[in-house]
Design a protein around this ligand. Structure first.
Ligand code: NAP
Length: 235
């Protein structure tokens, strides 16, 4: 494959913000791999984008399942041999109205499994591909709910903790990685998707636009930071 064509992977790319990220990356001439846990919905989403002449392929990857992540990494390595951009977008919001200590503990565990461990295992599996070429841009789709200041207010406990941990992971990995590999976290704002609901003021398109500059930052760009709309926000 030509060195000029950059390859990007988006988790949870079959709907919502992830789908828009795939579309906009492809419109920026990336070769984009749309990953989804569900083979049918992911295939259909990729097919829709291909029909608009966008360079999008599909791979199945359930971020809750390490074997599924490993299989996807093997497939992508064999097919493309490189990965330039990784967007950890897949996420769940399983919260009811109960406080952390009163909720069914499986809500916290499942939320951490997807929103935190999912991103961790995906990064672990794909960073060797980036290290091989000494280049990579990783974006973790976080939330303002993951800011430390949010821990002073009750509510959304499982989701908040998962994004707080994701933010910490972003910083720690930034401190570990070498070469021109950058990892940052972003808050997309309140977005009208299945998760955000219909009253949210931002469209997935606006959210994706506010995220994607991090996919192409140069070697002088930020590393280990947390952004909203291109501005650094506090942890
Ligand atoms: N919407 C907002 O207002 C908002 C605000 C702040 C942050 N965020 C963050 O933005 C990201 C995208 O959210 P969204 O609003 O687009 O949500 P969404 O419409 O609910 O879409 C979530 C996506 O994640 C996928 N997903 C969930 N668990 C997965 C797993 N185990 N493996 C692979 N994919 C999985 C879903 O796949 P299925 O279709 O198979 O379920 C779906 O594609 C999330 O990380 C979310 O926390 C959203």
């Amino acid at each position: 494959m030509s060195k000029e064509i950059k390859v990007a992977l988006v988790t949870g790319g079959n709907r919502g913000i992830g789908y828009e990220l795939v579309k906009q990356l492809a419109m920026k001439n990336f070769k984009v791999i749309l990953s989804s846990r569900n083979p049918e919905t992911g295939h259909k989403a990729a097919q829709n984008l291909k029909e608009s002449n966008l360079d999008v392929s599909h791979v199945v990857m359930d971020v809750d399942n390490q074997e599924s992540i490993h299989q996807a990494a093997v497939e992508i390595n064999e097919q493309y041999g490189r990965l330039d951009v990784l967007i950890n977008n897949a996420g769940v919001y399983l919260e009811g109205s109960k406080k952390l200590v009163a909720m069914d503990h499986s809500i916290l565990e499942r939320t951490m499994t997807t929103n935190f461990f999912g991103a961790y295992h995906v990064i672990r599996s794909f960073i060797p591909l980036m290290e091989k070429q000494g280049y990579g841009r990783i974006i973790n789709v976080s939330s303002e709910y993951g800011a430390m200041s949010e821990m002073s207010y009750s509510g959304e406990g499982a989701y908040k903790l998962s994004k707080l941990a994701l933010n910490g992971l972003t910083r720690l990995i930034a401190a570990e990685i070498k070469g021109d590999i950058k990892i940052n976290a972003v808050d997309p704002g309140w977005v009208s998707s299945d998760m955000g609901g219909p009253s949210a003021p931002r469209t997935p398109r606006q959210a994706a636009e506010s995220i994607l500059w991090l996919a192409t930052v140069g070697p002088e760009g930020p590393n280990g930071e947390f952004f909203r709309d291109g501005k650094q926000i506090s942890w």
